[in-house]
Structure formats: structure tokens, C-alpha cells
Design a protein around this ligand. Structure first.
Ligand code: C5P
Length: 401
């Protein structure tokens, strides 16, 4: 992370706004600069005076400030930060961000910025769980905004559940991670953009049940980290996994295959795409809006499945197809034969085939065969990190040609 990052902090209107004061203090204490934008709602919870004193900077509150507009336009305000942080991100602010509404200084800055955006949500548990909010969060994540998960616990409104603002220390850690993202160390892949998918997808049956698979995401995360270590700017589109983001990698969290497909499309153009995710082939055609209930009759609900988009095959056909597209093939038999067939069927340049008949899924070791039109390059069994390093090096060599 850069020594003195500049943070544009947008404070939404919720009781958690008081914690943004603590966040300003933490950023300052760690050498960062903070410029605060206080929304009208936020101003009912904290004052511009408090934020100005803590940030040691003027606080911006309105689009219609002629003096400020002449001295520094709002577009400029949105661009001179290293990172835009929305804290607390209310349901209303996130809805406006997802929809692209610009009806205040805060929302205008969020639409005008070309910098990474991190949102720390805080709201009533029902508001957080509402389908509209969840849709908005998914949209924001798919378009590259880092939306933190709220904490769970007792809330100011007396209810209990997810919706509490993460603690300021946790938000500061996320800020550091987000700032680290943009700056991979120089290497043979410097100036290249690598797109990686990893993990499983979850396909909802109803609001509490889903179809999933045993992918841990370890191999894909290791590849994202190895590409970043060679200097690439890496976008990692991750299904639901329990893994830390590798250093200097920009992570976009998604749940379903369709969200993953949208995030991949939004991340283009890329110089190389490595599709490691174990995308669910099928989803439930008509996921229920409410939890399916046993009614005691012994009848089971019929689950009609429909096919998910094939992200890899689609990527190989789009107009801005990455020059190098690498797919994975998890096979339990005839590993190389199936990989060769997949290479042709999907239109990928390389297929990395692995035998998952043992305990590869979730395990630490992997033995892969890199299948290309030119032949098969079989690597011995080794830790997933070593597989990742070997593959990243081959990618760097291929792009250098
Ligand atoms: O067809 P199969 O699932 O075996 O192909 C595996 C490869 O295709 C992997 O690279 C995986 O990430 C990708 N894939 C995809 N979208 C799907 C299914 C698989 O991108 N819907």
C-alpha cells in the first residue's frame, strides 16, 4: 500500500455514521488523508464540524456550492482520491449506486469517479436481507465495487442479525487490501490484465437452499496470486469461498453462474483469461421466492433445472476475446482425451486438465496436464501454489511471444 493514501469518505445517513468518525481517526493515525463528503442523511447523525476537525480537511456537503465548484469541481473531487469509501453505505445509497442515480453530491461523485469504490453497509437486518438490497449488492459487486459483508449482532433498532457496520478496524483492513489491489509489483506481466474465475457457484433453490459443488477455490486463488506476483493486474471473479484475497489482486465476489458471467464480461478487456471456477452446469429454473415447506403429505417439490451460461465458451466467442484463454477440466477418467475434446468444443487455447478422482477438490496437491493444439505438457503432482506458479510462468512466456 502507498504510504499516504488519499481516501474520499462518503458518509451515508444511518446511526452507524458515528463510527465513520472513528474510521477517519484510524485513517489519519495510519498516515492517510481523508476528505469527507457528508450526505444530507448523514448530517443528522454527525456534524461537518466533527468530520472537519478529525480529518483536518474541509467537508463537502452539497453539489450546489458555487465557491467550491469554482475552486475544485465535483468531478475532480471524485478523481483525486486513491479510493472512495462509502461508510455507512445505506440501503438507499447502494440502490442509487446500483441504478446510477446522481441526485446529490455523494451519488454524483460515485458516478463520476474512476477510482475503486469500497462500501461498508449498515442497515436494519430486514433491509439488508430484502431482495432489492441483495440485488443491488450483487449488481455493485458484479461491477467491481467492493461491498463488505455487514456484521451480525444486536442492532440499534433492537433487532438482531446481519446489518451492523463492520468495526472501523475491519474497514481499515479492507481499505488497505483495496489499496494494495491496484499496485502489483513489476514483473514479466506488468501492463497485462489477467482475468481469473475461481471457486464454485451457488444456485439458489429458495432463499435458504442452494445447489453447490466441492470446489474450494484454492487453485484459482493461487493462480490469481501467481499472475499478480509476475506483475499482472489481476481481476479475480470468485464464487462463494472462504479464502483470503491474494496480495495485489482485485476480487469481485459473486454467487451464481449468471452473476459470474456478468462479472467476467464487465472485466473485459483482458490479455489472458484463466477460467478455473467450477461453474454449476445447471440452476433451478424457477427458484422459489419463499422457503419451500414440507406440508406433511410426503410430496417432494419437483426441481426443474435449466442450463447455465457456459462462461468459458462464451468468452471464446466474444468480439473482445482475450488473446489467451485458458480453461480447466476436472475429469475423473480419460483425463487427456476429454481435455482435448473440451479444447475444441469450447474454443479455448489451453485446457488445464486435472484428475479429480482422488481428493484434489479441497486438497492441497494437484497434478495437471496442459493441453494445447501443439500437444500435452504434463506436470508432476505438486502443491496448488506450485501449479499456479508454473502456469503463470507459461502464460508470461506465451504473452511475450
Ligand atoms: O464443461 P466443463 O464444466 O467441464 O468445463 C470446464 C471449464 O469450463 C472450466 O474452465 C470452467 O471454469 C469453465 N466453465 C464455464 N462456465 C460453465 C461451465 C464451465 O466457464 N458454465
Amino acid at each position: 500500500m502507498k504510504a499516504n493514501p488519499r481516501i474520499l469518505l462518503i458518509i451515508g445517513g444511518g446511526i452507524a455514521a458515528y463510527k465513520s468518525c472513528e474510521l477517519v481517526r484510524l485513517i489519519r493515525k495510519n498516515g492517510g488523508h481523508v476528505t469527507c463528503v457528508l450526505t444530507e442523511g448523514g448530517s443528522h447523525f454527525v456534524t461537518a464540524m466533527t468530520l472537519a476537525a478529525l480529518s483536518e480537511n474541509p467537508v463537502h456537503t452539497t453539489l450546489w456550492d458555487l465557491k467550491n465548484e469554482v475552486e475544485m469541481g465535483h468531478i475532480q473531487l471524485s478523481r483525486q482520491a486513491d479510493l472512495v469509501v462509502v461508510c455507512p453505505a445505506t440501503a438507499d445509497l447502494m440502490a442509487k449506486m446500483a441504478a446510477g442515480i446522481a441526485d446529490s453530491l455523494a451519488t454524483t461523485l460515485l458516478l463520476a469517479t474512476d477510482k475503486p469504490v469500497l462500501a461498508a453497509p449498515a442497515m436494519n437486518v430486514r433491509m439488508w436481507q430484502h431482495a432489492a438490497t441483495q440485488r443491488n449488492v450483487a449488481t455493485l459487486r458484479a461491477s467491481g465495487v467492493t461491498v463488505l459483508d455487514p456484521d451480525e449482532g444486536a442492532m440499534a433498532c433492537g433487532e438482531f442479525g446481519p446489518g451492523r457496520l463492520p468495526e472501523p478496524e475491519a474497514i481499515w483492513s479492507a481499505i488497505k487490501a483495496a489499496l494494495g489491489d491496484a499496485r502489483p509489483a513489476p514483473g514479466p506481466l506488468t501492463g497485462r490484465h489477467a482475468l481469473v474465475t475461481a471457486g464454485p457457484t451457488h444456485e439458489p433453490i429458495d432463499p435458504v437452499r442452494y445447489i453447490a459443488n466441492r470446489s474450494s477455490g484454492k487453485q484459482g486463488f493461487a493462480i490469481a496470486g501467481a499472475l499478480a506476483a509476475l506483475g499482472a493486474r489481476v481481476t479475480l471473479v470468485a464464487g462463494p469461498v472462504n479464502l483470503p484475497t491474494p496480495a495485489a489482486v482485485t476480487r469481485i465476489d459473486v454467487e451464481t453462474a449468471r452473476e459470474m458471467a456478468a462479472a467476467v464480461e464487465a472485466a473485459l478487456p483482458a490479455d489472458v483469461a484463466v477460467m478455473v471456477a467450477a461453474v454449476a452446469d445447471w440452476r433451478v429454473a424457477d427458484a422459489a421466492g419463499q422457503k419451500l415447506k414440507k406440508d406433511g403429505s410426503g410430496q417432494v417439490p419437483p426441481l426443474l433445472l435449466t442450463e447455465n451460461p457456459d462462461i468459458l465458451a462464451t468468452l471464446c466467442r466474444v468480439a473482445n476475446r482475450p488473446p489467451l484463454v485458458v480453461g480447466f477440466a476436472a475429469e475423473t477418467e480419460k483425463v487427456i482425451e476429454h481435455a482435448q475434446a473440451k479444447l475444441a468444443r469450447k474454443g479455448a487455447d489451453w485446457i488445464v486438465a486435472n484428475d479429480v478422482s482422488g481428493d484434489v477438490m479441497g486438497g492441497a496437491l494437484n497434478a495437471v496436464h496442459i493441453v494445447t493444439a501443439a500437444g500435452v505438457d504434463s506436470l508432476p503432482e505438486m502443491p496448488k501454489d506450485a501449479v499456479a506458479t508454473a502456469l503463470a510462468q507459461r502464460i508470461a512466456d506465451a504473452l511475450a511471444r
